[in-house]
Design a protein. Structure first.
Length: 207
């Protein structure tokens, strides 16, 4: 997909939040998220990454209003976001508890003008040691995105981490996979730009 041409509305830089990783630094989900955010930035977006270290948050409790600094940073980034890129390992056929807990903090956006992920595109990637868990993990991410009122991007990326996928610098080795991640990132950015155009068209005009 080609980036939208810049104009009065599309020249706005969408803010894309990447959430992906495990407790292990430079895990496959973290590397995939970094690559996707690199392509999102190339498509004109401002980006912010929440990797495994940033996702080591207290278990979400809706009855406890206090949030520590890392949780507050995540909530404010989700609140500001124009789109999301999520990457999870496949743990026993589903997403990791760490990512699920991070996404549970979106409940703090329930009373916002844009509640949860409303009006935001969400690109999804799943990394697992074998193909089967990538499919079920992507299905879970899609279900969660629907529940959060987000728009799943047409492209989703399955990564079989039983094969060597990333080099020592975190770049994708397989050009076909690299292209899939690029398409996903551009879809998220372009949706954010199109949604901004639509939103501006809905604003009341002066009499």
């Amino acid at each position: 997909m080609l980036p939208l041409s810049d104009g009065p509305a599309t020249s706005h830089r969408p803010f894309i939040v990447g959430i992906g990783g495990t407790r292990r630094p430079n895990s496959s989900p973290e590397c995939a998220t970094r690559v996707a955010l690199k392509y999102a930035a190339a498509a004109g977006a401002e980006t912010e990454l929440f990797d495994g270290a940033a996702l080591n948050l207290p278990i979400y409790d809706p009855d406890v209003p206090e949030r520590d600094t890392p949780a507050h940073r995540l909530i404010e980034a989700m609140r500001r976001a124009d789109g999301f890129i999520l990457a999870s390992p496949g743990y026993h056929g589903s997403i990791s508890g760490m990512l699920k807990n991070a996404l549970d903090y979106a409940e703090d956006l329930r009373s916002d003008t844009r509640p949860y992920f409303d009006g935001r595109s969400v690109g999804m990637m799943a990394c697992a040691y074998g193909w089967q868990a990538t499919g079920t993990t992507l299905m879970t991410l899609r279900s969660i995105t629907h529940a959060l009122r987000g728009w799943p991007s047409p492209m989703a990326v399955a990564i079989n981490s039983s094969q060597k996928v990333f080099d020592a610098e975190g770049a994708v080795i397989d050009p076909n996979l690299d292209n899939q991640i690029r398409i996903l990132a551009e879809q998220v950015v372009n949706f954010a730009k199109m949604h901004r155009v639509f939103s501006l068209q809905q604003l009341p005009t002066a009499a």
